[in-house]
Design a protein around this ligand. Structure first.
Ligand SMILES: [Zn+2]
Length: 203
């Protein structure tokens, strides 16, 4: 075979080539302390990465966002994204569930956290490739109600979903969902993408 070399399957990111320090950085330990204080349950997980540039040097396996709220299935994720999700749960998702449905939030169903892959249709690494994102497909309430993220939810669900989506923008730097594009019609994508201006992209 002759001709130009194939383009890289994924473009590297500054985070791709960072060496994993032998000791956990202080930012990671401090995050774990805060996450525990929120009542979240998690364990340390094996470092993730690949020659394509995916990198998650200090992952956790997150099983609960608070004492009362389960994550289904457990998510392999970085601590910062887990903390943002736990805070959003405590500050907004739980209260909005109670106010809208009169039920307590009991579970958040995630569709993906760490996944070594590019963004759909590009060769740029997804925030999922750094464990810096979580996709939420549905919410489970204490009396068994399930609220799915979907393009045309029932009215009550729509109100709840809109409140969650709006509040997520800020704590999370990227918020996508139904209406953003075809890839996000059935889940909320929330990530902490580092941006030069610290701004948000919520669509
Ligand atoms: Zn996503």
């Amino acid at each position: 075979m002759f001709g130009p070399p194939a383009p890289p399957r994924m473009l590297p990111d500054p985070r791709s080539n960072a060496n994993r320090p032998a000791e956990m950085p202080q930012a990671e330990t401090a995050c774990r302390t805060r996450l525990k204080a929120l009542g979240a349950a998690f364990e340390e997980a094996k470092p993730q990465g690949s020659s394509d540039g995916c990198a998650l040097p200090f992952p956790i396996r997150l099983s609960r966002l608070s004492a009362a709220v389960d994550v289904e299935p457990d998510a392999i994720i970085n601590c910062a994204a887990a903390e943002a999700a736990a805070r959003l749960t405590a500050d907004v998702i739980g209260p909005a569930a109670k106010a809208t449905f009169g039920e307590d939030l009991s579970g958040v169903d995630q569709a993906s956290a760490y996944v070594c892959r590019p963004r759909n249709g590009t060769n740029k690494l997804s925030e999922h490739a750094f464990g810096n994102a979580i996709d939420i497909a549905s919410f489970t309430l204490s009396k068994g109600t399930s609220v799915e993220v979907e393009p045309a939810p029932p009215e009550k669900n729509a109100k709840f979903l809109m409140a969650v989506r709006k509040a997520a923008c800020g704590p999370f730097k990227t918020v996508l969902g139904p209406g953003s594009d075809a890839d996000h019609s059935r889940h909320f994508h929330l990530d902490l993408a580092p941006r030069r201006n610290g701004g948000t992209f919520c669509k």
